[in-house]
Design a protein around this ligand. Sequence first.
Ligand code: NAD
Ligand code: UFG
Length: 350
Amino acid sequence: MAAKNILVTGGTGYIGSHTVLQLLQEGFRVVAVDSLYNSSEVAINRVAELAGDAKKNLVFEQVDLRDREALNKVFASTKFDAVIHFAGLKAVGESVQRPLLYYNNNLIGTITLLEVMAAHGCKNFIFSSSATVYGWPKQVPCTEEFPLSAANVYGRTKLIIEDMCRDIHKSDSDWNIIFLRYFNPVGAHPSGEIGEDPRGIPNNLMPFVQQVAVGRRPALTVYGSDYSTKDGTGVRDYIHILDLADGHLAALKKLFQDKSIGCEVYNLGTGKGTSVLEMVAAFEKASGKKIPLIMADRRPGDAEIVYASTEKAEQELNWRAKYGIEEMCRDQWNWASKNPYGYEAAESES
Ligand code: NAD
Ligand code: UFG
C-alpha cells in the first residue's frame, strides 16, 4: 500500500517538529508548512537528520496559512490523505494585548486552510485544541463533556475553531475531524536535538525553569502559593512531548479506520496532577541545578487544578501516556544543556 501523505501545519514548532519525526518513523510522507513566525528552520533540519533514511519522505515549505495562493500550490503538488493543524499563535498574555493579531492569524489561517482543503477534496482534519477550553473547571478530572469557556483571546480562538469545525461537519458529513485537547506538553526528544525554544520571555513553567537552570534568568517566579492544593501551588497535567506526538499517530489511525467518526474530541493528558513545586523538585533532581524561587501572587486567569480524564482516549484511540515527570525533566534538561540558547547557535552558524 502506498504511504499516506500528511500535511503538517506549524511543522517547525515545538509539538509539530516532534510529531513530524514520529510520522516519518511510522512510514508516512510528510509535507510540513510553517511561517517561521515562532520557530526556526533548524528544527525541521534536525528532524530530517533524526529521521535517517525516512528524510526522503519530508518536504518543508515556508508558507503562511493566510497566503491562499501559496497554500493552493502546496495542495496542487500533493494529494493529502489528512492534515494535522498545529499552526497558530499561543501566548495567552499577548493574545489579550493584541487580540486582532490572534484573531487574524489563528482564525483566518484556519479558515483559509479549511477552504483550500475542501477545494482539493481533503476532508480529514486533526486540530490542536487545548485544555484552556475548560476554563477554571469546577471539578477534576476534566472530561470531554465538560462545559466550555474562554478565559482569554487565545482560548476563544480555540473555541471558535472547534465550533466552526462542528458546523462544517454538520453541513457536509464527508468531513472527519478530531480535536485533540492538549494538557501541558513538556520535555523534549531524548536525543536532545529538538525541543521547545520560545522566543522572548517564556510564559510557561518548564521553559522558564529550563532558562533559570542554564543561567539565562536568575529565579523562577511562582505564581500563587495559597491555592487549595497539596502545597499551595497550581496543579497541572504535564505530558511528555513524545506521548503527545504519539497521540496524533493514534488519532490519525482512528481517522483512517473509522470513516464515520464525524467530529470527535479527545483529551491528551496523563490523568495525573503535579504542583509547581513538585515539578521544580523533579527538575532539580534531573539536572542537579538549584532553581531559586520567588513566591508571588497568583497570575490573573490561572486555574487552580487542571488535569485530564484520559478514559476516552484510552478506550477509543487505544492510546495512553507512558512517561512520568522524571522522564519529562530528564529529557527537558538534556535538550536545555545541549542547547542553552535553543536553536540560536545553530541559526547563526548557517
Ligand atoms: P509553536 O509556537 O512552537 O508552534 C506553532 C507553529 O505555528 C510555529 O512554528 C509558528 O511559526 C507557526 N505558525 C503560526 N501562525 C502561522 C501561520 N499563520 N501560518 C503558518 N505557520 C504559522 O507552538 P506549539 O507549542 O508547538 O503548539 C502547537 C499548537 O498546539 C498550537 O495551535 C497551540 O495553540 C496548541 N497548543 C499548545 C500547547 C502548549 O502548551 N504548547 C497547549 C495546548 C495547545
Ligand atoms: N507558573 C509559575 N511561574 C511561571 C510560569 C507558570 O508559577 O513562570 C505556574 C502557573 O501559575 C501554573 C503552572 O505553573 O500553575 C503551569 O503554567 P503554564 O503557563 O506552564 O501552563 P498553563 O496551564 O497555565 O497554560 C498552558 C498554556 C495554555 C494552555 C494550557 C493548557 O499556556 O495556552 O497550558 O494546555 F491552554
